[in-house]
Design a protein around this ligand. Sequence first.
Ligand SMILES: [Zn+2]
Length: 153
Amino acid sequence: MADIMTPKQRSCCMSKVRGKDTAPEVYLRKALWAAGFRYRLKSELPGKPDLILPKYKVVIFVNGCFWHSHDGCSKSKLPTTHEEFWADKIALNAVRDKRNIAELKRRGWRVAVVWECSIKNRMNKKHTVDKLSSWITSDTKWFETALVSVVIT
Ligand SMILES: [Zn+2]
């Protein structure tokens, strides 16, 4: 198994194993709480959204760029060994994500996808939370964090 993943990708997978408590998700949770938003964490909704704000009819997914295939993002690059295996796995995730989001929208939920790369550093983090916060209180149905092309550290 040793050659399948780079250390970076492995740490990405390990954070998936930890499940609910990835660092970007914890950050987002705390920031929204501090901004006065109240949410639920456990849900049986399609795709098991990470945060649910029933008051605003909002669900939020915090998506790992690799696992959920963030389009155009450098963090979503497939490993060069066993590429087909990963491509299949990731493609399956993408199909599942699309289906879940469509179903949530059908049920009247407003859906936000926050890509992990948008909350990886201090500047991006704050920008993302600001954008997300104003979206939550808006009437817009869909929110997705922009692709982070310039990494400010
Ligand atoms: Zn990304």
